[in-house]
Design a protein around this ligand. Sequence first.
Ligand code: KG4
Ligand code: ZN
Length: 333
Amino acid sequence: MKVLGIETSCDETGVAIFDSDTNAIVSEQLFSQASKHAEYGGVVPEIASRDHLKKLIPLINLTMKDSGYTLKDIDGIAYTAGPGLRGPLLIGSSTAKAIALSLNKPSIGVHHMEAHLLINLLENPAPSFPFLTLLISGGHCLLINAKSLGNYEIIGQTLDDAVGEAFDKVAKILELGYPGGPKIETLAKEGNPAAFNFPRPMTDKNNHNFSFSGLKTAVFYESKKTKEISSSQKADIAASFQAAVADTLLFKTRSALQETGLKELVIGGGVASNKYIREILVAGLSDKNIFFPPIARCTDNGAMIAYAGSYYLNKADKNLSLNIKPRWPLSEL
Ligand code: KG4
Ligand code: ZN
């Protein structure tokens, strides 16, 4: 079965084809709009919608050409139905449904965060249910007991900013540009992670929730202490902020693993591409099996949508069309 996947939830237009017979992504294309939003310091939904509209069909054509297949060979079309930005979601879903209708094939709306989680199952070795999942992206910070396909218990989440959002906001404070995550990771390599003792939020609380807005405020006040902040101070702040995030994620993930007794940990979402955070988690949880997607499949991409869609197209026993859900808790699947 060949599934065409379309991702348009935010500022990346992603298209891919997954072939379940060979269990492989046959072809994939990605266009990042990041540079178009950079001058505004964050994603502008209207610009994102217009750009998806411009790029999506050419990217689908490119993906098809690269795969050697034609649309007639496709067995179903998966698209991100939510959560995400309303306009961008509508572009992806209406394009997917129009193609599906014209081919008389099913289309399936995929949950974006479930796709971030499931893409780990395409790796070799792959985790097996049940496992703990840490999803860290621009819009979410979730600890999930993934019991089986579609059965996800959220055991911890952020009370305010998502992790990626905190990276983006701190990058703005340090005037590094958008998107902040990769910029902070690069700058942090030149800094001392112990230079500033930023808070490890909520690590004194007996639950699995997160809060990153206080940490961001602590960075803000530190950066305002001197009138002219030097580049080495900036690097120290970036490194110390990143260390505070990594320590917090490690602390909370470790306690969630202890409480649930789960042995395998799956990590996903844009922030999972951060090598420093990966190293801290791997070193701190050396007795657990940890699974990360390849770096390019941590941030938004079409492959994860095509792959997640393949699970649900297999179970095509009901109306597969779905309206978009800009807000869609994973627990409501
Ligand atoms: O999963 P994703 O591509 O989109 C959402 O579903 O939100 O995640 C994007 C987020 C952004 O906030 C971005 O700054 C962050 O992931 N990010 C990173 C890195 N690469 C992307 N954060 C830290 N380090 C990185 N290397
Ligand atoms: Zn994402």
